[in-house]
Design a protein around this ligand. Structure first.
Ligand code: SAM
Length: 414
């Protein structure tokens, strides 16, 4: 599939440029100047040892002009399964009000990811108007003040956003529920990476398990906790470890995993499982990425979605047995194609390498031709015996494609 730019609403570029101009900062209208700032923040974040997060936080011009519009897409894409299974809008569908706690909100990219999705749903459904009450929780008053300014200026069709700032230090114990309240959605975007960076791996994971379990306890029934992290290896493996410990404590993932067993990639010394979506930067940001020496094609991140009921995306498809998710790129070699899939398999490890010989291409397995990383699919009974081999008689069905433009294929069920 060809990638396409993330369809950020046309309100964004002019508003961001206006906000930057008023502060004397460069905007996308001056790609060379903004690109230099972006290069600087990205070199801080990509520091191989512990990045200087405090320094990165102070680089608000780059965060406003580039990181925010880039990361809204991550927030939106992390909601994919919640939207695709109908969970987000409730059962029966009808939820139109969302109270949101955005932890480590910064400029609010995760909240805007939700607002973007709701605006799209409203446009496609042609009717519903949604309302989002967002509590933007951060330790950095300057960032949150800017976030509130953005919330006052950007308005997306079909969604009324009311934002307020609250001071919460996620590295310490959270205010009690009676004070902080309950929420439909708790969003934790790219902030775990910045917490407890001096702790050793084990105790850091234990602290983050405690934090996420505490946040999950503040999610109302029917709601969700959504955690997004950068796709970097160490940060994603940390998220895998936290996910495993949460699952062992009775909090199975809703997404992206289709099972609550131990994450197979953690059995490897240095593998990690992250998203790589065919979503490019909006075209007006491309010159800035170029000037900063960054790529603009593709969107990478890792994520974890949990619900208070312990619902799983797989269970929304009825009998989840045999449901698989593509977790690799397609690997084509002479005469065959392979991919790695992970899911709820009854009699094999959760991750399997599947292959189809070119000469086994057939009508029943035609969907194999289109499978791409992130797609959820099943293989039918004939395939179940061999598991690893997609033969001529093996039916392949896509249940939830990752491609944003193929929503008509959602919810067919296995
Ligand atoms: C990389 S930014 C992410 C912003 C936004 N959530 C996103 O996904 O784009 C990390 C944010 O976490 C905030 N942060 C760092 N440590 C924090 C803490 N202990 N408690 C609350 N927020 C924190 C920072 O101030 C910063 O705004």
């Amino acid at each position: 599939m060809r990638s396409s730019p993330f369809p950020l609403d046309a309100a964004w570029p002019t508003t961001l440029a206006d906000l930057a101009r008023r502060r004397g900062w460069p905007s996308f209208e001056d790609p060379a100047a903004l690109g230099a700032r972006v290069r600087e923040i990205s070199s801080v974040y990509n520091e191989p040892r512990t990045p200087d997060f405090t320094r990165a936080r102070s680089m608000l011009a780059a965060r406003l002009g580039f990181s925010l519009p880039r990361d809204v897409a991550k927030g939106a894409c992390a909601l994919r399964e919640l939207v695709a299974t109908g969970y987000l809008l409730g059962e029966p569908p009808g939820r139109t009000r969302f109270s949101v706690l955005d932890v480590g909100a910064g400029l609010g990219a995760m909240t805007w990811g939700l607002v973007h999705e709701l605006s799209r749903i409203s446009r496609e459904a042609g009717a519903a108007t949604f309302s989002v009450e967002a509590s933007l929780a951060d330790t950095d008053p300057e960032a949150v003040a800017l976030a509130l300014d953005i919330a006052r200026q950007v308005s997306l069709p079909g969604v009324r956003l009311e934002a307020r700032a609250i001071r919460v230090d996620a590295a310490r114990s959270l205010p009690p529920r009676a004070v902080l309240g309950d929420f439909d959605l708790v969003l934790v975007g790219q902030v775990l990476s910045e917490l407890d960076v001096d702790a050793d791996c084990g105790s850091r994971a234990a602290r983050h398990v405690t934090l996420l379990a505490d946040l999950l306890a503040r999610v109302r029934p029917g709601g969700a906790l959504v955690v997004v992290e950068p796709a970097l290896r160490d940060r994603t493996r940390h998220l895998h470890a936290v996910r495993d410990a949460l699952a062992a404590q009775g909090h199975p993932p809703f997404a992206p995993c289709l099972h609550a067993g131990a994450c197979p990639i953690l059995q490897t010394p240095d593998g990690w499982c992250h998203e790589d979506r065919a979503v490019d930067l909006p075209t007006w940001l491309v010159p800035v990425a170029r000037a900063a020496g960054l790529r603009w094609q593709g969107l990478t991140f890792s994520y974890l979605v949990l619900t208070p009921e312990g619902a799983s995306m797989a269970s929304r498809f009825g009998d989840a047995t045999g449901l698989l998710r593509v977790v690799s790129q397609r690997l084509a070699t002479k005469g065959k194609e392979e991919l790695i899939a992970c899911g709820a398999l009854p009699d094999t490890p959760h991750a399997v390498r599947l292959r189809r010989l070119d000469r086994a291409r057939s009508d029943p397995n035609r969907a194999w031709d289109e499978l791409q990383r992130g797609d959820c699919f099943t293989i039918d009974a004939e395939g179940a015996g061999a598991r690893r081999e997609i033969g001529r008689a093996t039916g392949v069905r896509v249940c939830a494609p990752v491609d944003e433009h193929a929503r008509d294929r959602y919810l067919e069920g296995p």
